[in-house]
Every structure is written in C-alpha cells, then in structure tokens.
Write a protein that binds this ligand. Structure first.
Ligand SMILES: [Zn+2]
Length: 197
C-alpha cells in the first residue's frame, strides 16, 4: 500500500469515528414525516437556556400530513401550548421528542410505537411560513439534542472528500483545494483532519 493510500485509510477512519460517545448509543428512530422530508432548517442549540437558536429541526410537509412518533414511548403532552398544537412523547431512555404544530389524535398516557400516528401537521404557526413544516425536537432533561441523530442524519457524517468536509472533531476544517492530489498532499490532509496543523 502506498503512503497516500495509507493516509487516506486513516483519514476515512478518523471521519467515521463519532465525535462523542453519545452518538454511538443514540436510539434508532424514524422520520416523523413520510416520505423522508426535506430539512428546511437545522438544529442550532442556544448558548444559554434563554439564548437565541433553533431548538430542533424544521421538516417540510403539507397541512394534514400524518405526523409519526420517531421512537416508541408514552404520550406526555397533547394539546395547545402557546397557541400551537404540541405533542410530546417520553421514551424509555428518559428523553422526549416534541412535534409541532400538530392537531393531536393521541391522548396523554397513550403508549405509541415508533411510526405510530400522533396527529396531523397544521399549517400554522409554522417556522417555515408560508410553507408548512414540522418543528421536531429531542430533549434530554433540560438539554436540547439534534433529532436528526435519531435517523442517522445528524452532524457526524461521512461526506465525499471532494466536497465540503465534515467537522468530525468540533473544529472547522478547510475545504480541500480542487488541485489536491493524493500522492502530493495526502499526508498534509491527514495532519489537517487530525487537527495537528
Ligand atoms: Zn423550528
């Protein structure tokens, strides 16, 4: 194996390594809309409990579309909250998934399976006006998590090396220049991905 190939193998290993142990133990859930929806807005956790951010993801949908539970659990809340229909499902690991705006068809205490219908998507109030979208959240205690982790679409991803590089270690990585050639720059890329340069 040439040096360049060995370097690439290490790079792929580094990119595949999750950035936190939690990612390795995330439960495997389902998208709450079918077919797989477009993610209109991604997760942007606030710096403080009252700080700005986006405490979930927005999934494009259509009014009246069924909204499904991402994980099995028990309905903890179903009704109006601050002027919008909200469903909250509690899960065995203590986390909760939230869905809004939803016209609920379930009741508090109801046990649901993954993929079970919780209600239907409402047109408003929507984070995507004038389009309809589901704001989907995942909360552990008081901490907001990225719900896309439940469907394997979270921030830890292996992207093609010739496109934007993923951020596997929490620090930004410069994109690979178009002129990059493994035989010439493989070792430099390895050092950069490993955070050594
Ligand atoms: Zn939102």
């Amino acid at each position: 194996m040439t040096l360049a190939l060995r370097c690439l193998a290490v790079v792929v290993f580094l990119l595949l390594t999750p950035s936190s142990s939690a990612a390795a133990t995330d439960p495997v859930g389902r998208w709450p809309l079918r077919p797989t929806p477009v993610v209109e807005r991604t997760f942007d956790p606030p710096d403080s409990p009252y700080g700005a951010g986006h405490r979930g993801v927005d999934l494009l949908g259509r009014p009246g579309q069924p909204v499904l539970s991402a994980l099995p659990g028990t309905v903890r809340f179903a009704g109006a909250l601050a002027g919008r229909g909200v469903v909250v499902v509690g899960h065995a690991d203590g986390t909760r998934t939230t869905y809004e705006p939803v016209a609920a068809s379930v009741s508090v205490g109801e046990v649901v399976t993954a993929g079970a219908r919780l209600g239907t998507l409402e047109a408003a109030p929507s984070h995507c006006l004038p389009r309809a979208c589901l704001h989907w959240g995942w909360i552990d205690g008081e901490t907001y998590l990225d719900p896309l982790r439940l469907v394997g679409a979270g921030p830890v991803r292996l992207l093609p090396l010739w496109r934007d590089l993923p951020v596997s270690s929490g620090r930004p990585i410069a994109p690979i220049p178009a002129s990059w050639r493994p035989a010439e720059n493989g070792y430099a890329l390895l050092l950069r991905v490993a955070g050594l340069t």
